[in-house]
Design a protein. Structure first.
Length: 734
């Protein structure tokens, strides 16, 4: 664990639940907008704290002790505040070596006896259950037998036990459920870190969070960053090398260091008392790699650690089947038996997959170690190809990640895979490949896409393919209309990821050419937006004003507007060339680059001096009820920006003119108009949290607006003036 305590919000998962790490490899944040959709099983400790009996599991170094201590401190504080007479009894079991001493300090303790005699609640915290189990092998049955004596008053007991996942005792779990009841016992595992947690750690270490996350992403070491113990290793490595990871260190070498650390016994009490197990770190690593090779190449999911009663899932491998033969570490041969496997399953590389099941804490650990195992055992190229290649001569899909690791370790394999599956190699450590092989890899990618032997996948990352001759190689596909459109898209993607600005002129030409395939044109326009200089962006103006051929879904126009606004087109030109979104049959096309630009980007870059022009344009729009996305959003964003800048010349008067028109139409001036009856509740119901304070705390602006409206309307429009006053008195700006 990192020595510093960070302000992390941790989450727990029931042992039967699932954990989603789809946020670029980080834990999908349950607090994010869609977090509960991606991780519905995850809960905070506060959510489960009502359960009287909790087993808090996790791999070594994941943070169980800190979580238990945080809960204990909170309970102590609550007791002090509420003065309800409850008591807390906390024991760290790592120091107990006999049943008698444990019974004396727990069940015969003054606090426990006082609880027996009283009517108050007792909160018991037992940390390091797994360490005590090393010396008191009857610990589970001892606790069950003792607590059973108090079954009738168990409702006044609150028990918390922290234990490593791999050694949690089913007999204890069943006994606790018998005492408290099945619905009152929870078994939860502490889950990995979110992106927000890693950002917090980087910030606490005085690193730039953006720079640190970028380095972690470029090195493909997110699986090491989401575990507190290996995150500490990464932070230290990053600091030691002056705010970067070693530039010349191969990815698999850095990964090997991280996996070794996960194999290490990081618990200080175990280290200090020489209770590290019977294996050294290199022995643990090779055994973990053996397990990886069996699971990965046999397409299995987990190791079944229980008794074979005919209920083993088909995707599991029985622990006993791993126990055969010998392994070698540092020139010393040792036998693989059950105790050896169990010791390795109790490392940070593994976590629970349910009762009697242990799997990889992160799938990448297994994929890397499976590849490393083949390398350590010096399999020849033919043997490796027999393992990873399908009869159709392509890499087996579920072995692509392992193949990528192998290709980074074995140059000959890299050459073989490049012939048929160059896309697989994009997942390998390309940054250390020489320029000649990068050129070959790019050519293979483009050639196979041109032959439609590879499927186009826009999310591939090509940023490590950059080499001096790349632009010329890409131009030969980008400009060649005889090439398959997918190969041209790949060439454009590579250019963008590698920031090959020298191809931007070609991209602009293609975007403007109506004879080119539409998908290639939009891809080219998008890339000009992303990396083009201002001179090249300006060339896309004909697309922005509809002078460059067919544009079926407005994406070309959207990218062009994004490119030329606001430096290369005036606000009058832009507004005069806006049109309603295209339709598909009888239905409008919703969303897309063009509509999103109108809804969100136009007002963001609108110059303050251009606000009167934009407000004048709003007067020709239909009533708000007849507006649809994106013009409703455009109108609101322009009005809000004008409201925030009344002091700019001409803005207040132009705003007031629009307001008069809206009042005549019984429309809302800013945002949705409430129901006809103006109540405080109706005024509040549709406000954006950020907009509401701006409106309600602006008495002076409201006064100025009313005065300006009154000055602008004529004598014949006094009814509008009267309505305006009523409107603002009852519901400001509604």
């Amino acid at each position: 664990m990192p020595s510093q305590v960070y302000k992390w919000k941790r989450f727990w998962c029931p042992r039967s639940g699932s954990i989603n790490l789809a946020d670029g490899g980080y834990l999908c944040d349950p607090d994010a907008e869609w977090g509960k959709v991606y991780n519905p099983d995850l809960v905070t400790f506060e959510t489960i704290s009502h359960l009287p009996c909790l087993a808090l599991l996790g791999e070594p170094g994941i943070g169980k002790t800190q979580a238990l201590e945080a809960e204990r401190s909170e309970i102590v504080n609550k007791i002090k505040i509420q003065e309800q007479g409850d008591q807390v009894l906390s024991l760290d079991l790592r120091s107990y070596g006999s049943e008698d001493r444990l019974v004396r300090n727990l069940f015969d303790s003054p606090k426990f006896k006082a609880w027996q005699a009283g009517i108050h609640q007792l909160h018991i915290f037992l940390d390091s259950f797994d360490e005590c189990l090393l010396r008191v092998d009857t610990l589970a049955t001892l606790l069950v037998d003792e607590f059973k004596r108090y079954r009738n008053v168990a409702h006044r007991l609150c028990l918390r036990i922290a234990c490593r996942t791999a050694v949690w005792q089913p007999v204890l779990e069943e006994g606790l459920k018998e005492i408290w009841g099945e619905n009152f016992v929870g078994v939860y595992e502490l889950v990995p870190l979110r992106r927000a947690d890693v950002i917090e750690a980087a910030r606490a270490e005085n690193f730039s969070p953006d720079d640190f996350l970028k380095e972690v992403g470029q090195k493909d070491i997110v699986p090491l960053a989401i575990k507190p113990v290996t995150l500490g290793f990464l932070l230290n490595t990053y600091r030691r090398h002056g705010g970067q990871f070693p530039p010349n260190q191969r990815l698999h070498e850095l990964y090997l260091e991280g996996c070794k650390l996960l194999c290490e016994e990081i618990n200080e009490s175990r280290r200090g008392s020489n209770r590290r197990g019977n294996l050294d770190i290199d022995q643990r690593l090779i055994v973990a790699a053996r397990i990886a090779a069996i699971i990965i190449f046999a397409n299995r999911f987990a190791v079944w650690t229980g008794v074979d009663q005919g209920n083993i899932p088909a995707e599991d491998v029985l622990l006993q089947k791993l126990c055969h033969g010998y392994e070698n570490a540092n020139g010393r041969e040792f036998e693989i038996n059950r105790a050896v496997i169990e010791e390795v399953l109790d490392t940070g590389l593994f976590s629970s997959r349910g009762l009697h099941r242990m799997g990889w804490a992160h799938q990448t650990y297994g994929e890397f170690l499976a590849a490393w195992y083949l390398k350590q055992h010096s399999l020849n190229l033919s043997q490796i190809l027999n393992l990873i290649i399908h009869p159709d001569c392509r890499v087996v899909p579920q072995l692509q990640e392992t193949t990528a690791w192998l290709a980074g370790m074995i140059p000959e394999l890299f050459q073989e895979v490049m012939k048929t599956d160059p896309d697989v190699l994009l997942q390998s450590d390309i940054s250390t490949v020489d320029d000649e092989n990068k050129a070959k890899l790019v050519e293979s990618l483009l050639k196979l896409h041109n032959e439609e032997k590879l499927e186009y996948f826009q999310l591939w990352r090509y940023n490590n393919l950059k080499y001096p001759g790349l632009a010329v190689q890409l131009e030969s596909y980008i400009r060649d209309s005889t090439k398959n459109q997918w190969s041209r898209l790949v060439a454009i993607d590579i250019a963008q990821d590698c920031s090959e600005k020298s191809v931007q002129a070609s991209l602009a030409d293609i975007a403007l050419d109506p004879a080119q395939p539409y998908i290639v044109r939009t891809h080219a326009a998008h890339t000009v937006c992303a990396m083009g200089d201002e001179e090249t962006k300006a060339q896309l103006k004909p697309l922005a004003v509809g002078e460059a051929g067919d544009n079926p879904d407005d994406d070309l126009k959207g990218y062009a507007l994004r490119a030329v606004w606001s430096q290369h087109i005036t606000v009058e030109e832009l507004l005069n060339h806006l049109s309603q979104p295209k339709q598909k049959g009888a239905f409008p096309i919703i969303g897309g680059v063009y509509q999103d630009f109108i809804a969100a980007e136009f007002a963001e870059h609108l110059q303050l001096s251009d606000l009167p022009v934009a407000l004048k344009w709003l007067e020709q729009l239909p009533q708000r009820y007849d507006l649809h996305y994106p013009f409703r959003e455009l109108a609101d964003s322009v009005m809000l920006k004008a409201w925030q800048n009344f002091n700019e010349p001409g803005v207040l008067e132009a705003f007031a003119s629009v307001a008069i028109l809206k009042l005549k139409q019984h429309d809302g001036i800013l945002g949705d108009r409430p129901h006809r009856e103006y109540t405080r509740e109706s005024c509040d119901r549709t406000r954006d949290a950020d907009v509401e304070p701006l409106l309600r705390n602006s008495d002076e602006k409201r006064r100025k607006l009313i005065e300006t409206i009154v000055l602008l309307i004529s004598e014949s429009e006094r009814s509008a003036s009267q309505f305006c006053r009523i409107h603002f008195e009852n519901c400001p700006l509604r």
